[in-house]
Structure formats: structure tokens, C-alpha cells
Design a protein around this ligand. Structure first.
Ligand code: GLN
Length: 233
């Protein structure tokens, strides 16, 4: 399983969210603490974020098929990349899936960013017309985007019913809110005075991290966090 992280709050640097924390995505790329599937996340990584300087609410993305720990150029610019909404991920490729930047989350539909921790049988999904890669996560992202982000929980429950072996932890953002699901893997939330972090696993040992139960939808908006049980739980 890959690992992902989202931030919604006052503008923060990507360095402080992704690279600096003692057990953040950088460390999770080679030494995750809660990963149940796969030992490390060396098959690429990506980050997307929003800025008032970008046109029409579209995010900027930086993705690579190389391990996060080797991306010295990114590390040098990360302190000056600041945003109030960030979605980042490190990847452990499922066997048989391509190793390429286009297979790394976050995927986008032009406005939303979306990351997937898990695995899904592409045969239960409609034939992709505009997926960014043939990787299962990109095909799933295209399906979720096509059905609409307001139906994320329903879509995850339906795909989970069609493929009982699927693991469907999704994290998505659009600049003003974050949505996440738990379906087979870990997820934790940290409420900070300046915003909310949602992550596959805590990036430090702060006592305020709380674990999200399996098969739930998490909605984060304007500093509020709400949890809803998904059908089939
Ligand atoms: N199945 C996806 C991939 O191959 C995600 C893998 C994961 O969550 N580790 O990239």
C-alpha cells in the first residue's frame, strides 16, 4: 500500500508537511510504521497543491517515478512551495503495474487531486477513457471523477462490493475541502490550531492524532472534521 497525506488549513510549505516531520512521507518512503502491505514506498511519489496564482482553481503537481528520498531538486524547492491545500503520496507499486510518473498519485480531473492506497481489480471498473495511466489507481480515479466527488463514499462502497478483495483508501482535495475513505487500510487525522492533517499514518507521535475506523468517509472543511460510516460496514 502506498501512503498519502493531505493538509487543509493556513498556507504551509510542502517541506514542512512532507519532508520535515520525523515520520512524514519522506521517512515513510523507506520506513513506514503502519504499512500492512509492502515494506517500503520506493516506486515514485507525487504532490499536488493549490495556489491563488494558478488559473481557475487548478492544482500544480510534481510527480516522479523515482523514490522521494532521491529527489534532491524537489527538496531544494519544497520550502518555497506553500499552500493551504496539499495532497501528497509515496508509492509502492502493486505487482504488474507500470512504474512511471503518470501512475503516481495524485491524479487529477483538472480541479480535484486524488490519491489511492490499495488495490482494485480493474475488471470491475468501466473501461477507462481518460485515465492518466493503466495503473489500477488511475483507472479507479477516473471512475470516481466520472461519478462525481459528491458520491465518493457511495462509489467506494459499490466498488468494494464488486471486488471483495479491494482496498480502497482514497484521499482527495479541491483546494477548499478534503475527502478521504477508509476501506482496508489505516488512516489518521490530526487537528491542529492552524488546520487539519489526514494521513495514512501519523507523521509524528503527537497525542492528538486519532485513528479513523475502517469503512468510513472523512470530510474536512473549514476546520471541521466529520465521519460517516460507509454502506457495507
Ligand atoms: N495499486 C496501486 C499501484 O500499483 C497502489 C498501490 C499501493 O497502494 N501500494 O500503484
Amino acid at each position: 500500500m502506498c501512503r498519502h497525506l493531505g493538509w487543509l488549513g493556513t498556507p504551509m510549505s510542502v517541506h514542512s508537511l512532507v519532508l520535515a516531520p520525523p515520520n512524514g512521507l519522506l521517512v515513510q518512503s523507506y520506513a513506514p510504521r503502519r504499512q500492512k502491505h509492502g515494506l517500503m514506498n520506493a516506486d515514485g511519489w507525487g504532490v499536488g497543491f493549490y495556489s491563488p496564482e494558478l488559473p481557475a482553481g487548478a492544482p500544480a503537481r510534481w510527480r516522479s517515478a523515482a523514490p522521494l528520498w532521491g529527489d534532491a531538486s524537489f527538496a531544494s524547492v519544497a520550502p518555497v512551495l506553500t499552500s493551504g491545500c496539499v495532497v501528497a503520496a509515496v508509492r509502492s507499486a502493486t505487482i504488474g503495474m507500470p512504474i512511471e510518473a503518470a501512475a503516481c498519485a495524485p491524479f487529477t480531473d483538472g480541479r480535484w487531486l486524488l490519491s489511492h492506497n490499495g488495490i482494485v481489480d480493474r475488471a470491475v471498473l468501466p473501461a477507462p477513457t481518460d485515465a492518466e495511466s493503466v495503473v489500477d489507481s488511475a483507472v479507479l480515479a477516473a471512475h470516481i471523477f466520472a461519478r462525481g466527488m459528491d458520491r465518493l463514499g457511495e462509489t467506494v462502497a459499490r466498488v468494494g462490493a464488486a471486488d471483495p478483495n479491494a482496498r480502497l483508501n482514497i484521499l482527495a482535495g479541491d483546494g477548499t475541502r478534503l475527502l478521504a475513505t477508509t476501506w482496508g487500510d489505516t488512516l489518521s487525522v490530526l487537528r491542529r490550531p492552524d488546520g487539519v492533517v489526514v494521513a495514512s499514518e501519523p507523521y509524528d507521535d503527537h497525542p492528538d492524532w486519532t485513528d479513523v475506523p475502517d469503512r468510513h468517509l472523512v470530510e474536512i472543511y473549514d476546520g471541521q472534521v466529520s465521519l460517516t460510516a460507509l454502506k457495507g460496514s
